[in-house]
Design a protein around this ligand. Sequence first.
Ligand code: SF4
Ligand code: SF4
Length: 441
Amino acid sequence: MPSEQPKKAERRSRLKALDYSVVQQCMHCGLCLPTCPTYATTKIERHSPRGRIALMRAVADNELEFGRTFAEEMYFCLGCLACMTACPAGVNYAELFEEARAEAEETNLLASPRRNLIRAFGIKWLFMDLKRLQVLGMFLRLYQQPGLQTLVRKSGLLNLFPPRLRELEAMTPSIQPHYSADLIAPITPAAGPRKYRVAMLTGCAQDLIFSDVNRDTVEVLAQNGCEVVTPPSQDCCGSLHAHNGELGLAQELARKLLNQFPPERFDAIVTNAGGCGSHLKHYRKLLANDPDYAKRAALWDSKVKDVHEWLMEIGVKAPLGEVPKQVVTYHESCHLSHGQKVTQQPRQLLRLVPNLELVELAEAAWCCGSAGIYNIIQPEMADALLDRKLNHISSTAATVVATGNPGCLMQIINGARKRGMNVRVVHPVTLLAEAYRAQTP
Ligand code: SF4
Ligand code: SF4
């Protein structure tokens, strides 16, 4: 019977195989520490970017065995990338983090029947074909019909389920009555002369929960001279997979999107989801070793634009219609601000909307705890971060919170509802779309 040792030797360590210039970039200055939400909460070096990078380097240098504690640490990290913004040495934490999580999956150190089942169903099956996700959405929508959900909740039936499942039931977002394909034509002409031809990515969860934001995005783009191509059936961008250690599946999905949206046919490929955009802009790196796709992926990266970024780049038209007078504050999605460095454009767009007063949010770029599926797998830390965010929102006295990522939208909507806060949580493009609609006779 083969011993465990040779098996470990056979596996090619991702961290050891990484370009050593990436692994040894950190100069231990600690400037990232105050910006790291997990370190700020625990004050434990291991939970800081510097600590995590030191662990990764120790693995790469053969000084530390890739063990369970290490793997757990990689999943305690939010992947918020605030450390990358703070780092003067330009450490590519995003790459280290994705490789470390992928290694954690390859080692199977965190495997358990429950975890394996959830990952096999969610990451490896449900999000690999969005038609499956839409079917699940239809069942959820049925369950959320007025009366039925209340009846189930009041009946005590949910008490038969484990507490964590009951918490997830309470967190489940409302499924829209219509998905994006029902609201958006495959090709939406520009309002006025066509200046650009763009593709619009409708996303996975975004399509189920915020298809109205997708419709608003297409309307705003059309108002700004874009012909918008929105195929009714699209694939997931693979961000969920890449951030959760499934780089092979992320590559598979990237190839599908490259086939569906040949980048040479568009002036821009637009996304309105900060988390997806951050991943979508790195297909070149993801497919660097694929001779059939590497060139197309490089062109793709140059064409992917977050919607705020694209609108400011083309010189957005200020809406003339007035929306009701309201005070709005802006929460920055981590992957929009730290991942894509899109920080000013959403604020500039919000300032264009007549009657909106923008007030700054303290720690606007501090993670809200959503972080992909972090709020599901690390609920305690996610709740602490959400509390911190809601406290800051409350102190602005804003009645509207704008944010450009579906995960943040869901997290803040849920948190505000639980606290009984009277705030509307919206994507910035929705406010723009409302102002454009108000100017149309
Ligand atoms: S990604 Fe976020 S949580 Fe992780 S080390 Fe960097 S700042 Fe900390
Ligand atoms: S700021 Fe950059 S160089 Fe300094 S400790 Fe953090 S990761 Fe290392």
